[in-house]
Design a protein around this ligand. Structure first.
Ligand code: NDP
Length: 326
């Protein structure tokens, strides 16, 4: 399978690494909106080209993986490139998924291509696990906890405060809430009761630390609904202890069966990720394999993780899967 990458940030680099781990795939080209000469990739011999060159390479690429940002890149890029390629993206603005689905579906159907959207871990593997658990235990409650992990959006929000040089924000599940859910107590949890937020901030010299801390803790939408801790640290400490992009979380469904609901069942799917973009990329690459296979069978239009048969993700044959993993 011949793969192209469009957009080369954290996720683009992650896809490049993931392709190397899959012998049935080959990276053909990386496309960028920047001057290609300024973009250094990891694989020698693979060309970095302008985004304007992509369309001409339709015959050389089986799946184009879109690695732009969800806020403004993917709503434009995914439908635009679904006119020429089978595409996979990791669009994660949950509220706008139906709108994005419709735009990609129209473009992909007209072109006879497949577009799999919102692939990754949330949305992605978490969505699949929520769906499986709901189908299996119709009488129950759903819980999703995120973290401990870095939230890019919240880190950016702190960086925009006057006097802040750099910042990293961790989202952390509240252990007591998690415990109650795992015990099958089905608690009703407020936002504040589910997660706490921890910020590590490098302040500019002479900045008013009390004001910065107050601005963080009272920031609407981002922090005001949470218990937030703020630590001021040095630039060296930031580099040494907070340069990774870890994340993870848990999807839990607690449900009842029996004549009176007397038996309790807990389904838990958990992820602990050293690198959010590298894991997301690994999921995307498996779905790229499915996109290619589904399109070869004549399927077209937009799909999500719900529409892809699990065996299509694996490089192994049906026979191998039945023998080794069933
Ligand atoms: P980045 O900000 O690193 O990259 C986004 C785009 O910005 C790139 O494609 C690139 O496009 C451009 N870019 C990157 N670096 C630079 C630079 N130095 N200068 C100028 N432009 C640059 O975002 P991520 O790769 O970390 O994440 C991409 C998206 O993945 C996120 O928006 C998020 O929505 C999604 N995601 C989804 C997850 C899921 O579970 N579904 C999990 C994690 C992320 P170009 O090369 O064209 O300039």
């Amino acid at each position: 399978m011949r793969i192209g990458i469009l957009g080369y940030g954290n996720l683009g680099r992650g896809v490049e690494c993931a392709v190397k781990q899959n012998p049935d795939m080959e990276l053909v080209a990386v496309f960028t909106r920047r001057n290609p000469e300024t973009v250094q990739i990891l694989t020698p011999g693979v060309p970095v080209l302008s985004i304007n060159e992509a369309e001409k390479m339709q015959d050389q690429i089986d799946v184009l993986i879109l690695c732009g940002g969800s806020a403004t890149d993917l709503p434009v890029q995914t439908p635009a490139f679904a006119k020429y390629f089978n595409v996979v993206d990791s669009f994660d603005t949950h509220a706008k998924i139906p709108e994005h689905f419709a735009a990609v579906d129209t473009a992909a159907k007209a072109a006879g291509k497949i577009g799999i959207i919102s692939v990754g871990w949330d949305p992605g593997m978490f969505s699949l696990n929520r769906m499986y658990a709901n189908a299996i235990l119709p009488d129950g409650c759903d819980y999703t906890f995120w973290g401990k992990g870095v939230s890019q959006g919240h880190s950016d929000a702190v960086r925009r405060i006057a006097g802040v040089k750099d910042a990293r924000q961790y989202t952390i599940p509240v252990p007591e809430a998690l415990e109650a859910v795992r015990n099958g107590q089905n608690p009703v949890l407020s936002t504040r009761q589910k997660h706490t937020r921890e910020c590590f901030v490098v302040a500019e010299e002479g900045a008013d630390l009390a004001r910065i801390e107050n601005e963080i803790k009272t920031m609407p939408n981002y922090f005001s609904d949470y218990d937030t801790t703020v630590h001021f640290i040095s630039e060296e400490e930031m580099k040494q202890n907070h340069s990774g992009i870890p994340h993870g979380g848990m999807v839990i469904r607690s449900g009842k069966t029996g004549t009176q609901g007397e038996n309790q069942h807990i389904i838990e799917y958990s992820l602990k990720l050293d690198s959010n973009p590298e894991f997301t990329a690994s999921v995307i690459v498996a779905y790229a394999r499915a996109a290619f296979r589904m399109n070869q069978e004549g399927q077209t239009g937009c799909k999500t993780v719900f529409d892809v048969p699990p065996a299509y993700l694996s490089a192994a044959s049906g026979e191998e899967l039945r023998k080794n993993l069933l």
